[in-house]
Design a protein around this ligand. Structure first.
Ligand SMILES: C[S@@+](CC[C@H](N)C(=O)[O-])C[C@H]1O[C@@H](n2cnc3c(N)ncnc32)[C@H](O)[C@@H]1O
Length: 272
């Protein structure tokens, strides 16, 4: 039997305004598959996740799971894994990917209205999906709703403040403010770990195919030229890419506001 031993709220089709366009994986899923395979070849992100959001024996939810690339990896150790994804063709691709994995399911839905019961998962994971900074509060509230007390929410995203990849991103997104994004997550109670990774492609053609779906034509051309200059002309091509992993744990019990014992005027309640 798949995933459900308990009823879950039924999926509803996400409203158009709720879905953030993701042209890379929506229109170029084959190139995105190459990208996912190239990413984090040394397992640095997985290491940080294992340390801060261990999923062994746990119920895991991957929000914005795309075509489900990360679901089998979670399924190796998790009790159950659910991917939620708003774009129907990707839901179908993800279901195909996990068809032989009994503990994994995929539902159509979006971060702002998760098709998941209250307090029913231990780990919420979102990777380069929806949680990009200011504006993602509805999704943050949903993640908190579906987490059990003590559960962990881990958001993985690119570190736009770091060269070279961040420089290319900012060239295409001049209004993106990495400082404001980090401030937003800190104010929402998340810690932040920076992770230095390597992307590794079998050859230059694979690298070009991926950078072309990530950047405008002009920026892709510049990025490709820089990567080629930094690599031998034949064989595998590598590229340093930095990430942020933001982690927040849901409190296990009553939270008593901080107060100072010497401050008798403090409005915070006293511990009896
Ligand atoms: C860049 S892809 C990343 C996919 C996947 N996490 C991965 O790492 O392979 C971003 C994904 O977020 C999805 N997405 C867009 N709007 C969303 C929303 N409101 N809630 C959840 N996911 C959303 C897109 O459809 C897309 O599949």
């Amino acid at each position: 039997m798949r995933w459900f031993t308990r009823p879950a709220p039924s999926s509803r089709v996400p409203r158009k305004a709720e879905v953030l366009p993701s042209p890379n994986i929506w229109y170029y899923p084959q190139a995105y598959e190459i990208e996912n395979r190239a990413q984090d070849v040394d397992g640095e992100i997985w290491q940080v996740l294992a340390e801060s959001a261990c999923w062994q024996g746990k119920d895991v939810l991957d929000v914005g799971c795309g075509d489900g690339f990360h679901l089998p990896r979670f399924a190796e150790q998790a009790k159950s894994v659910l991917g939620v994804e708003p774009h129907e063709p990707l839901v179908e691709r993800a279901l195909l990917r996990v068809k032989d994995l009994a503990s994994v399911n995929v539902l159509r839905g979006c971060a702002q209205a998760l098709p998941v019961a209250d307090a029913s998962v231990d780990v919420v994971h979102a990777r380069t999906a929806y949680f990009f900074g200011p504006g993602c509060d509805p999704g943050l509230r949903e993640a908190e709703r579906v987490l059990r007390p003590g559960g962990v929410f881990a958001i993985v995203d690119l570190d736009v403040s770091r060269a070279p990849y961040g420089d290319w991103m900012r060239a295409d997104l001049p209004d993106y403010d990495p400082v404001a994004v980090e401030r937003f997550f800190a104010a929402a109670g998340f810690g932040c770990r920076r992770v230095e990774t390597r992307w590794r492609f079998d050859d230059a053609e694979a690298m070009k195919a991926v950078l072309k779906i990530e950047f405008s034509a002009a920026v892709a051309e510049r990025a490709i030229a820089e990567v080629l200059r930094a690599n031998d002309s034949r064989g595998p091509v590598t590229l340093p890419v930095s990430y942020r992993v933001h982690v927040r744990r849901k409190p296990t019990g009553l939270v008593i506001p901080l107060h100072s014992a010497s401050d008798s005027s403090s409005a915070a309640p006293r511990i009896p």
